[in-house]
Design a protein around this ligand. Structure first.
Ligand SMILES: C[S@@+](CC[C@H](N)C(=O)[O-])C[C@H]1O[C@@H](n2cnc3c(N)ncnc32)[C@H](O)[C@@H]1O
Length: 213
């Protein structure tokens, strides 16, 4: 099962996707999201990414969802925050200051769990989803965020050279998923570093998705 796959990765500390610093495509291109302090950003499949801390440091209200409860708790501990913890619809909600993280399944989230969402930040989330589940992921994301503006960071590589996750999500796939709801612009692409780059010469790509009016 999908959840067990990811829980095993966390249990065995096979979390090569976790970056030691906020993603530099986020920090470089963040202004393109047009966010100001007090706005809210949703981070699907957030892991324990340092991107969460960075977004909070911009004065944003940050909401995320992650299967692994230990990862969620680690984020609050790292930030020195003591969250209120409650159970909601099969999810565990951790909340303190501007940060709300749900431990549980992304697909269990409803619009009411998120409230107003000004932007979505997807780093290594869509690429973590099995190709056959992508359509459902994108449709659910649009539904629970009111088709918010989005920064999407993923990989493009020859899928025959490596098994995912992370899966290759080339521009054609981004278009197929989001062209009905968003105008799509490639902000930057660069050679991927780390394990993915070493194994298959991947490109790391940052996309800006702006809702069609
Ligand atoms: C590739 S990692 C990326 C994590 C994070 N975005 C980062 O940049 O470090 C994907 C994460 O999504 C989580 N995940 C996968 N499917 C999920 C789902 N349906 N609901 C919640 N979390 C999920 C996994 O546990 C894993 O931590």
């Amino acid at each position: 099962m999908e959840q067990e796959f990811w829980q095993a990765r966390w249990r065995e500390n096979r979390i090569g996707f976790h970056e030691a610093a906020p993603n530099s495509l986020l920090t470089k291109h963040f202004s393109q999201l047009g966010l100001e302090a007090g706005h809210s950003v949703f981070v699907p499949l957030c892991g324990k990414a340092l991107d969460l801390d960075w977004l909070l440091s911009k004065g944003l209200r940050v909401t995320g969802v992650e299967f692994n409860q230990g990862a969620v708790e680690e984020v609050f501990a790292r930030l020195g925050l003591a969250p209120e913890v409650s159970r909601q619809d099969g999810l565990i909600r951790y909340q303190a200051d501007g940060l709300t993280l749900y431990a549980g399944d992304f697909f269990a989230l409803s619009p009411a769990h998120l409230g107003r969402v000004d932007a979505v930040y997807d780093r290594a989330a869509l690429v973590a989803v099995k190709p056959e589940d992508r359509q459902a992921y994108a449709a659910h994301l649009n539904r629970i965020t009111g088709t918010a503006r989005q920064m999407l960071i993923g990989f493009d590589y020859d899928q025959s050279l490596m098994d995912g996750p992370p899966f290759s999500v080339p521009g054609s796939a981004v278009q197929a998923l989001y062209q009905g709801s968003h105008e799509i612009t490639l902000i930057e692409e660069r050679a991927a570093d780390g394990r993915v780059g070493e194994r298959c010469n991947a490109l790391e790509q940052a996309w800006l998705l702006e809702p069609l009016s």
